[in-house]
Design a protein around this ligand. Structure first.
Ligand SMILES: Cc1ncc(COP(=O)(O)O)c(C=O)c1O
Length: 452
């Protein structure tokens, strides 16, 4: 690495340690932490401050779907900035956001035909939750406020979206609107009760959902929010039929079904949206972000069903205002980038992803031969390697919390960025990954876990 680069990284590392508050910091190092620096990227690779070329295993944070350094997206970013860099969505509109809304509606299932754009995933979920509250208030159902969520879920870092998060680690030191939530079990087949079949586990989860509705009363419940596949929770693919059964209960009790497709949307499972194509469910609202711009610009949003909007328009309160909007809602640059990103997905990448998915899983599954690996699971181009202390037990004792970090360290030395989640390694590479690159990734993971 050239000496000038070295000096640049050293200075940036020092500046970060002196002045930058990193996301999700711990009290002991807040504002004084230097994380590894990345300098540049290309395709599935990133280059770090040690001069290494690494496969970007998690595609940043599940978002760099078309890969790094995509020239078409970079060109659009510049062109739109030179055309119209910003307009106030309070009293004007722009062409890219209108076209993008139309095209997203064309991909969304059922009558989900209207799109509200936000700045990312948390604000998308927050918007959906506030919309559900507004919807019920306008209909005179002010008591219908609670939100059903699940252990293991992740929905964001704004107050209400974070309240739904299901990892204990993130709940220990923060405040939440817990009186608004009903928390149910994680639908993780790998950690189902001993001796229970997957079918029985699914029935058990659906019964738990129905019991919760009965106990709290449908008149107090506004919505269920769930990721089709729990991403940060460890790529949890729920049992077959689970979502369909929950959708039926929601429909019966006028509870909105909100699918959080922030990770599963925009190509990760080979489709623009996965709810209907992969899980046979038409939600009332879908939230999205990340892959919508492949991370080139912060953008998210929610797609809302016509039925809900018609319900509002038919209410006795035409004056009622959904008092919610962001300075950067419908951002022209973000929407222009998303349009080009969608072109790439539609023209080649969705089909390519569906084609390469079986190879990705066949190769990833081979890691189960390692003693430390309890299960490799996933769908589309997302997978999780879950390490266990005891392979024989159906409900293995969790390993020490450093195992993922150790694997990540070994893998980085060998040329792969891993996303360690305590004892799990999550892989969600850019969708442009080739078979050869999958071979390299799995080879490095094999060695990294072996040494973990
Ligand atoms: C399923 C899901 N929803 C919401 C979010 C929050 O998105 P953001 O970090 O863009 O606010 C995330 C982030 O990882 C996510 O995985």
């Amino acid at each position: 690495m050239p000496e000038t680069h070295n000096r640049m990284f050293e200075k940036a590392t020092q500046d970060a340690a002196d002045h930058l508050i990193q996301p999700w910091p711990s009290a002991g190092s807040v504002g004084a932490e230097a994380r590894g620096m990345l300098g540049s990227g290309e395709g599935v690779y990133v280059h770090d401050d040690k001069g290494r070329k690494l496969i970007d295993g998690p595609a940043g944070m599940w978002c760099t779907n078309v890969g790094h350094r995509n020239e078409a997206l970079a060109d659009v970013l510049r062109e739109q900035a030179m055309e119209l860099s910003y307009n106030s969505p309070w009293y004007t509109s722009n062409e890219p956001s209108a076209e993008l809304a139309r095209r997203i509606a064309g991909h969304a299932p059922g009558d989900l035909n209207h799109v509200f754009f936000t700045t990312g995933g948390s604000t998308a979920v927050e918007s959906a939750l506030r919309f559900a509250q507004f919807y019920n208030n306008v209909r005179g159902l002010e008591g219908k406020k609670k939100i059903i969520c699940r252990d293991g879920g992740y929905h964001g870092s704004t107050y209400l979206s974070a309240t739904l998060n299901g990892s204990q680690r993130s709940r220990n030191w923060m405040d939440f609107a817990d009186d608004l939530t009903i928390r149910l079990s994680c639908p993780d087949p790998f950690r189902r009760p001993d001796g229970m079949s997957i079918e029985d586990f699914s029935d058990h989860l659906v019964r738990e959902f129905a019991d919760a509705v009965e106990e709290h009363g449908a008149e107090s419940i506004a919505a269920f929010v769930g990721e089709p596949i729990m991403a940060s929770g460890g790529v949890i693919v729920p049992p077959d039929g689970y979502f369909k059964a929950i959708r039926e209960i929601c429909t019966k009790h006028d509870i909105l079904f909100i699918a959080d497709e922030v990770v599963t949307g925009f190509g990760r499972l080979g489709h623009v949206f996965a709810s209907e194509t992969c899980f046979d469910v038409v939600p009332d609202i879908i939230t999205f972000a990340k892959g919508v711009t492949s991370g080139y610009f912060p953008l998210g949003g929610m797609v809302v069903s016509d039925r809900l909007l018609e319900g509002l328009r038919a209410s006795n309160h035409p004056e009622a205002m959904y008092a919610h909007g962001l300075t950067y809602s419908s951002h022209p640059i973000g929407c222009a980038v998303a349009l080009k990103n969608l072109d790439i997905l539609e023209d080649e990448l969705l089909e390519y992803t569906r084609g390469i998915t079986p190879y990705f899983h066949d190769r990833m599954k081979e890691l189960e031969e390692l003693e430390l690996v309890g299960e490799v699971r996933g769908m589309g181009l997302m997978a999780c390697v879950e390490c266990v202390a005891d392979r024989e037990s159906h409900n293995p004792i969790r390993l020490d919390t450093e195992v993922g970090v150790r694997i990540d360290r070994h893998c980085q030395e060998l040329g792969l960025l891993v996303r360690p989640l305590v004892h799990m390694c999550v892989m969600s590479p850019p969708l442009v990954i080739t078979r050869d690159q999958i071979d390299s990734m799995v080879g490095i993971l094999h060695e990294g876990i072996w040494n973990g």
